[in-house]
Ligand binder design. Sequence first.
Ligand SMILES: C[S@@+](CC[C@H](N)C(=O)[O-])C[C@H]1O[C@@H](n2cnc3c(N)ncnc32)[C@H](O)[C@@H]1O
Length: 782
Amino acid sequence: MGTASATLMKGAANIGHHMDKYTLERDGQIDFYTTFLPRINPELKMEDILADSNDGVLNGNLIEFKLRVADLNAVLFQCVKYLSALRIKGKPVPSNIAIIDLNASTAWLYHSADYLADIEKPYSGGASKNNSGFIGGDAKAVLHYDLDIDAERLISVLKERNFTRINIDENCIVGWATSFYKAVPTARKEDFVGDDTGKHKTVGEIRSPVHFADYILPYTGKSNLRFKYLMDRLNDTLQKKNLGAFYTHPLYARKSLELLRAAIARVPRGNDYIILDRCAGTGNLEAELTDEELRHCIVSTVEYYEYKVLQERLGAKVRAIIPPTEKADTFNAGLVNGADALSREYIDNPLIRQFIDDPKCTVILFENPPYAETTSVEHQKRGAGSKSSAWKKSFVVQEMKKEVKGTASNDLGNAFIWSGFKYYLRQPTDSFVVYSPVKYWKAQHLIDKILLQGYAFNRRHFHTNIDACIMVALWSNEDAKQEEFNLKGYDIDHADNIVCLEEPLPIKRIHSTYSEVFYDKRSFGSDERGGLVVGYDGLAPRESVKRSIKPIFNDNIIGYMVIDGSNFDNPDLMSVLIRCGLYKGHGFYLRKDNYLEKLPMFCASRYITYNREWTERARIMKSADGAARFNAAVEKGTLSQFLRKCLLFTCVEMQNHIRTFKGSDGRFYRNELCLDGTNGETLALQDLKALKRNAREDKIAALWKTVLGWAEKAKGYNPAFTYGVYQISKELDTSHRDEADPEKTVWDNVELHSALTNLKTLVKEYYNAEIVPVLFKYEFLK
Ligand SMILES: C[S@@+](CC[C@H](N)C(=O)[O-])C[C@H]1O[C@@H](n2cnc3c(N)ncnc32)[C@H](O)[C@@H]1O
């Protein structure tokens, strides 16, 4: 109901429920805010108040609107849940709760402090569900704000800026740390979690709040032991970059003890042994070791507050901690002097050396090394260049670079693995139990040792939200060229149970890349200098973009392909199929005469998009290892149907960014890898004639017709163009923001959008059923 009619009916509001002023909560809310905001703070807009999916936080007030309040207790409980969510996110908890019945113009006011115990519980599921049964108290005040006297009182309440101070615990400390480092960008971890135990006594924000004095109560725990599973997430931004984080889930730590115990079983009779963990963090891996096993442990970690927890947790039980006790100079800018495992000083540390030099002592390394993916997109986005990390200058990395070539030496985890074998393991009965994604063995060939046993774990449970495969492997210190092994996979379910996957997960080594083997490196006498370059979206890049290739033009060129790298880390950036050369190069031109046999590379590069299970990412990779068999089969013609299936897939897959356009060079560039025959058959349509279509393929063809039919009706359709799905999706399947609800997208051509969405479903099914198995057979995927 619009504002005008709402005003008209204001007088009628008191008559009864069936004459409700508002039928939509949003109308009432807008009315309320446009009435009151100018009196509270004329600068404020509704958007400033609505956040965190509640009805609004205005100064020190949480406001919850209802058309009609049926059960005050239920609405109050909903508010409690919103406040609980604010605390967990590290946001101030308003001291007032205002429940507003829009149709009755009534506000019930409560104090959040009265419900603190409930606010400090975590809740799961939507705040507006399952709220009956909560027993609240009476409201502190009830205001009928259609009366002037109450309206004025409500205004003064809404102007209050008081907050209820909350207690810091393991549920909310990560949120408050995030808010703290945002509010105080120069702050270090000590400024947040520091305590006055030990030699370095900086008392941090949680114990003596300054910035958040109005929001949090001082944490009274003497040490940080309570946060032992979170210490990595409390690091300041700089530390996050240099230390990597990713603690081990207790269930995974327990599971990997089986591998550790298998390693202990290999200790020759009569030998002593040590278990060395150079990057123990707060000691999570060692948490469930027996006292006897702990007596063999040597642990250390470079981060100061982890070190203190490690001391408190394991200090009295282990054989050694590096350094054994805290000294005046132990704290060094947030780090522990002498505990940097990548330093020369650490490798020479006599405390450890005495065991390494003792032939009657077996050495077992048991570690979850830090991963710092400085080359990852997320990392680059944070503006931290790949060169800036301190660990890259460390002794171990410098030494490793002398022996290990390529990107493998740019990896913090690899520095731990490599140095483990290099400086600590010496006898065939020595072992290394190590957590890491498999690429160091599979693709980088960092080590050639015997794998005795191993598990695959879901990376999601290591303080990330990425589904990917992490291997924990028991390596024997014996050289061997292994080509393949199996891992048992373990996930963790919602009820916190470890679940074993039925099928073992094979890990196979890869030896060659697409670019070495499959890229078309020919040049033609007819190639003309001076073609165009385009960007990832298939269009001309901005003038300012640096061009690193000299593009060519030839009538036989139908596209440009870059399928980079073996892994699936940034799959969309590593899978480029466009009409002209990519401005930064590193790919090859697709030519009419042999483009079909290049398409399996493009198909393989889409694997992760359609197979998102954690077992696939970081385990399955791209390789050219089956090239000889593949080429022979192509030669014999046995793959002619398969190649056409790849072609069909390529034509209807969104990552194919080939567009039709009029180039700035005056040439008309037509999309030949699509199914649009409006302006004559494309090359794809010609080659697809030889496909013996099955039911799935008929369905795709039919749905494509629907898509094209709606596309032709869309505004902006150019009848001279030949369209593929990507160009349709980008240029014709347009949308705008809903005026009433800016969060919502409104599609201008609903039929077109629906048909494209359907097509995606079909394409996925088709891909996994008919293309993926052959990609594995010929080791495009391995
Ligand atoms: C992946 S965490 C594992 C921690 C613990 N073992 C666990 O599994 O929960 C890696 C640890 O290595 C520490 N670390 C990072 N760089 C280090 C270095 N150069 N020397 C020693 N420890 C380091 C980090 O502070 C972090 O605690």
